[in-house]
Structure formats: C-alpha cells, structure tokens
Ligand binder design. Structure first.
Ligand code: IMP
Ligand code: MG
Length: 179
C-alpha cells in the first residue's frame, strides 16, 4: 500500500524517500567540495523552502564558507506566478565573492533568473546554484543549473521543505500530488 498524506485539500503519495534524499545530498556535497576546494564561497539560502536541504548539505560541506539568507516568493498554491517578490533582501556584501545559491526546487526558473538579476549589481565574482530538485520539463531558461540533487517530472511535490500553500514542509520524505 503506497503511503499517502493529506495537505489541505490535496492528497500526495510518497515519491522520494529520506534515504534517496540523503544520497542525492551527499553527491551534491561531494561535487561542491571538489569544485570549491581552493575557495571560501558564500552560501546564499533561499527561504523558506531551501532551509531543510541547506542544513543537511552544509553539514557535508568541508570548505570554509559563510552563510546568508534571502527570501523571495513566486508561488501561489500549486502554480508559479509571473511576479517574483523580494520579501527579505540581501544583507551581505558580495563584492568579489563566489556565491553558491541553495534552492529547494527549480521549476520554470523564474525565481532563479530573478536571483541572477538581483545579484548582478553586487560585484560578485561568480554565482552557481545547487538545487535539491529540478523539473527539466518546466524549465524555461538557458542558464546552467550547476548542481542538481534529483530531477523530477513536472508534477507538484511537497515535503522536506517544499510546501503547498505553506503546509507540508515538515516531512522527511518527498510526496507527489495525486491528480
Ligand atoms: P520557479 O520560479 O518557477 O522556478 O519556481 C520556484 C519556486 O516555486 C520554488 O522555490 C518553490 O517555492 C515553488 N515550487 C515550484 N514547484 C514546486 C513544487 O512542486 N512544490 C512546491 N513548491 C514548488
Ligand atoms: Mg520556495
């Protein structure tokens, strides 16, 4: 019997286990540790969803780094909207820094392109993105996604930080919507 959960008015079925998430995070951490071995990047966490991934990833990152957060929002319900809002802005001076953005999910890429535009004027040295999940069929940009934990089909998911209207973040596993 597949495990299902109810979040608000929707039913979700278990889709990615905590074990698979952990393996994906270790893989991403290994790549980052190799790529940044001579650097001291600044890790930029996008609140709220990426916090779960960021904590587990950062525990496996062995290069000296600093950590900061921003908060942007583009979603309403299960639909990406055209407008990305800045809810909490940048507090750190990024001049000359290598910035590693941590995302829970890249869907259309709108949030990512908003972050790229937001960071451009800061004088940073380079920016890369690490995302736990990625929906290649929904992605609309040419910008590279440097570190991907797990690629998934274009279906709505919750759990491990990902929410449906604010709920469903507090699960160890990731669940996919039942349509
Ligand atoms: P994008 O701007 O379309 O790439 O969407 C990125 C943001 O939309 C993410 O940071 C999430 O907050 C939200 N999002 C996109 N797809 C999902 C999903 O399947 N579940 C939960 N949130 C999602
Ligand atoms: Mg989010």
């Amino acid at each position: 019997m597949p495990e299902t959960i109810q979040v608000l008015d929707k039913t979700f079925v278990k889709y990615i286990t905590d074990k698979q998430i952990e393996e994906a995070i270790q893989r991403v951490a290994d790549q980052i540790n190799e790529d940044y071995k001579n650097d001291t990047p600044i890790v930029l966490i996008t609140l709220n969803g990426a916090v779960f991934f960021a904590v587990d990833l950062l525990k496996r990152i062995k290069v000296p780094c600093r950590v900061t957060c921003v908060k942007v929002a583009s979603y309403s319900g299960t639909q990406s909207t055209n407008k990305v809002q800045n809810l909490i802005g940048l507090t750190e001076d990024l001049t000359g820094q290598r910035v590693l953005v941590i995302e829970d999910i890249v869907d259309t890429g709108r949030t990512y392109s908003h972050l790229v535009e937001m960071l451009k004027p800061t004088g940073l040295r380079d920016m890369r993105i690490a995302t736990l999940t990625y929906k290649p069929d929904a992605y609309k940009l040419d910008l590279p996604i440097h570190y991907v934990g797990i690629s998934i089909p274009n279906k709505f998911i919750v759990g491990y930080g990902l929410d449906y209207n604010g709920y469903g973040r507090n699960y160890n596993n990731i669940y996919q919507v039942v349509e």
